[in-house]
Design a protein around this ligand. Structure first.
Ligand code: ZN
Length: 275
């Protein structure tokens, strides 16, 4: 796939935008990660916000990211804010939906889907709610913070697609409502102050515990409980490889470390497998 036009067109870093004929040789570290993947039998990937940055999605927890500049996301995206004043909650959260709905997977998402297609990965665990792994073709995806794909009515448990909710948001002002109950919908994502969905977390922990290799991509691995997943892999005798620009608490334990742009690095890993 390295000589095809990248599907990602949205981000500031469009990997492969130069002359594909001039693509650099995969680095030693990329070849090392490729070897680890080949040798592993139960490899899993854990991704954080960094994997979606090349798609033009800023990490909204980091200051100066542009979105919600004058509000505290922990306050406006809190479950208490939704309970107290759903209209006000959606006036902010609706902007987040509008920002995310047109975003496309980048070469990092596509590389991970390709690794799974080749049978080199058991699945992807993600903290991201942007559904880009699914759009890229990842089949086994564990979304531990939920996804914008659905919004739910807590009265009747009805589920409403992103497209439908965006339509409701555009048609009225305030919170989109369940047409049957007239109750305000809640995005099916884990808001601040909410617990992680039990089933997704249990599946993530099982994958981590059984993994002989965990590839951590685009996460500073600092937010618990997801930050505890590499620990489970290490405790089970598995190995950790890290692809991210920032430092992480697991850097010392990692057997391989890729520090460049996540899309470039993961494409280089795929290229190394083909070499
Ligand atoms: Zn309902």
């Amino acid at each position: 796939m390295s000589d095809e036009t990248p599907v990602s067109a949205a981000g500031p870093h469009v990997a492969g935008a130069g002359d594909p004929g001039l693509a650099a040789e995969p680095s030693r570290d990329a070849r090392r990660v490729a070897e680890l993947l080949r040798a592993a039998e139960r490899a899993v990937v854990l991704t954080g916000a960094g994997v979606s940055v090349p798609s033009g999605i800023p990490d909204f927890r980091s200051p100066g990211s542009g979105l919600w500049e004058n509000v505290d996301p922990i306050e406006v995206a809190h479950i208490d804010a939704w309970r107290r004043d759903p209209d006000r909650f959606w006036s902010f959260y609706g902007q987040r939906f509008a920002m995310l709905i047109d975003k496309r997977p980048n070469d990092a998402h596509l590389a991970l889907a390709e690794l799974e297609r080749r049978g080199l990965l058991r699945g992807v665990i993600t903290q991201n709610i942007d559904r880009l792994h699914r759009l890229a073709g990842t089949r086994r995806l564990v979304e531990v913070h939920g996804s914008i794909e659905w919004s739910v009515c807590l009265e009747c448990r009805g589920r409403f697609s992103l497209e439908r909710v965006v339509g409701l948001l555009a048609a009225g002002d305030g919170a989109p409502e369940c047409p049957a109950c007239l109750a305000p919908l809640k995005p099916d994502v884990v808001l601040f102050g909410e617990l992680l969905p039990e089933r997704a977390l249990a599946e993530a922990q099982e994958l981590a515990r059984e993994a002989d290799l965990m590839l951590c991509v685009g996460s500073s691995l600092e937010v618990y409980p997801v930050a505890g997943l590499p620990e489970l892999t290490l405790a089970g005798g598995g190995r950790i490889a890290i692809v991210t620009k920032s430092s992480t608490p697991y850097d010392g334990a990692a057997v391989a470390r890729l520090n460049g742009d996540v899309a470039d690095e993961l494409q280089a890993v795929v290229a190394a497998l083909d070499a």
